[in-house]
Design a protein around this ligand. Structure first.
Ligand SMILES: [Zn+2]
Length: 168
């Protein structure tokens, strides 16, 4: 069953936020305009994968189209937070990224699940390369701001301690 669909063309608001303390953080993608926006809940692994995918895209693009290699990315800042409550909140199921060579925009296609996990929500979003790079940086910063990782096994260390499988 296909539920609602959202379509954003160069949204003014495109950000990543985390809520909660390290180790128990919840991650959201925020898309829309200040007064009309949606919140997409996603796993940290999803967010990490997204930042890596964006990085790879940017690298490939800067090789193909030289003009992007020197273009500075917009610095992440906290001034683009939404106002009020989202008009929708969904759980990310899958994210696809594409690039339109003619229009020089990225295309995000998100398949999300509604509150009962039965409705398929489609979110499509077109954004320019600078904003995509900013989103990728933001995603990476937010992922890295979590718990420190163990040097032996690479798993996150909780404030309460770490039971390392490599230290038996
Ligand atoms: Zn460890």
């Amino acid at each position: 069953m296909l539920g609602k669909s959202y379509d954003f063309d160069e949204p003014g608001l495109l950000s990543v936020i985390s809520v909660g303390v390290p180790g128990k953080r919840t991650f959201f993608l925020v898309i829309g305009e200040k007064e009309e926006w949606i919140r997409l809940w996603l796993e940290k692994e999803h967010l990490e994968a997204l930042s890596i995918a964006i990085d790879q895209f940017i690298v490939r693009l800067s090789q193909e189209l030289r003009q992007y290699s020197n273009e500075p990315s917009i610095q992440s800042s906290g001034d683009d937070l939404p106002v009020g409550l989202p008009s929708g909140e969904f759980e990310v199921d899958q994210i696809g990224i594409g690039f339109d060579n003619e229009k020089v925009v990225f295309e995000f296609l998100v398949h999300a699940l509604g509150p009962q996990n039965v409705d398929g929500i489609m979110v499509s979003c077109r954004i320019n390369p600078r904003k995509v790079r900013r989103l990728g940086n933001l995603a990476r910063e937010i992922c890295a701001a979590g718990r420190p990782r163990c040097k032996l096994c690479g798993r996150p260390i909780d404030p309460t301690g770490h039971d390392c499988p490599m230290q038996n």
